[in-house]
Design a protein around this ligand. Structure first.
Ligand code: NAP
Length: 302
């Protein structure tokens, strides 16, 4: 059987592409490495997706999934894509569960949190070092935690952590945050959050679990220690695009044109995994819609 479209990745971009593909009567399947929902599942609170003033990431993901199911989108979980072979008018998506032949592919595989590269970071992962406050914040009730980074992830998760932790110390390598202004204002107004500016975490240490971090002030070139029970790392994103043999930028984000088509005809990309000025749920959803409509037009032209 040859599908019209294989969507790789089940976050907001993939599920939206699925909704648009099914409404265009395309024979579509969505493949997902884990379960559908994407990274927003571990986002505590979403406040900037229109129509929902406040909704948890998991609830919003559930709504996207229900919506896609209503239009009969076929989804397959626990399927890992390893490559895409371009055979001209068809493509073969190679996966851990076999091959899927299709006329078009939409890649919506998102990103994975970047590692910091601090000494002993790996050894303490799961023993105080975490990349997911929603998953692990609970373990730090009435404790002190360090959050590394100055972007929206670091700041929104620092605010979330104040619900459990008694103290949240944000360590940022510059003296200005990158996060949205409204998130900055919320963080500055929160009495549980303090900031260590112009500083990088060089080492994480402790006996069995995290007890402190070694921090270097990059302006003064001075080293100091901060006692902490946990370290939450939010220093950016790595695109999940290793399997895709399409043109990418130097960081691995997929390059697309306005139709969200990649360097290979019939292969499209949408959402956080592509080169884009903004990585939000709202932009991922828009991307998914454009990619699905572009796939439909491409198929019509075959
Ligand atoms: P990001 O915007 O790339 O920010 C990464 C942060 O980590 C920056 O502050 C950066 O410092 C710092 N950093 C990078 N490498 C570092 C290193 N080696 N050592 C120390 N610090 C380092 O990543 P993000 O915060 O994960 O956000 C990703 C995207 O998702 C963004 O587009 C963001 O707007 C979006 N997002 C939005 C929301 C929301 O509520 N609207 C929530 C989460 C994410 P510099 O600032 O000095 O570069």
């Amino acid at each position: 059987m040859v599908y019209d479209v294989v969507i790789i990745g089940g976050g907001p971009a993939g599920l939206t592409a699925g909704i648009y593909a099914k409404r265009a009567m395309l024979n579509a399947v969505l493949l997902e490495k884990m379960g559908v929902g994407g990274q927003i599942i571990v986002t505590d609170l979403v406040e900037n997706f229109p129509g929902f003033q406040e909704i948890s990431g998991a609830d919003l993901a559930g709504k996207f999934e229900q919506h896609a199911r209503k239009f009969g989108l076929e989804t397959k979980s626990m399927v890992e894509v390893t490559g895409i072979e371009d055979r001209g008018n068809t493509k073969v998506v190679k996966t851990s569960e076999g091959e899927f032949e299709t006329k078009t592919v939409i890649i919506t595989t998102g990103t994975t949190p970047k590692k910091l590269g601090a000494k002993h970071e790996f050894a303490f992962t799961g023993r105080g070092v975490s990349y997911c406050a929603t998953c692990d914040g609970f373990f730090f009730k009435d404790k002190t935690v360090v959050v590394v980074g100055g972007g929206d992830s670091a700041i929104t998760e620092a605010i979330f952590l104040t619900k459990m932790a008694k103290k949240v110390i944000v360590v940022h390598r510059r003296d200005k945050l990158r996060a949205e202004k409204i998130n900055q204002e919320h963080a500055f107004a929160n009495p549980k959050i303090s900031f260590v500016w112009d500083s990088v975490v060089e080492e994480i240490s402790g006996k069995r679990v995290v007890e402190k971090v070694v921090v270097r002030n990059v302006k003064k070139n001075e080293v100091s220690e901060i006692k902490t029970d946990g370290v939450f790392i939010y220093v950016g994103l790595i695109p999940n695009t290793g399997f895709a043999n399409v043109k990418k930028d130097e960081w691995g984000f997929i390059i697309t044109n306005d139709s969200r088509e990649t360097s290979i005809k019939g292969i499209f990309a949408a959402g956080d995994c592509r080169v884009t000025p903004l990585r939000q749920i709202a932009t991922a959803v828009g991307d998914g819609a454009i990619a699905a409509v572009s796939a439909e037009r491409y198929i019509e032209g075959l």
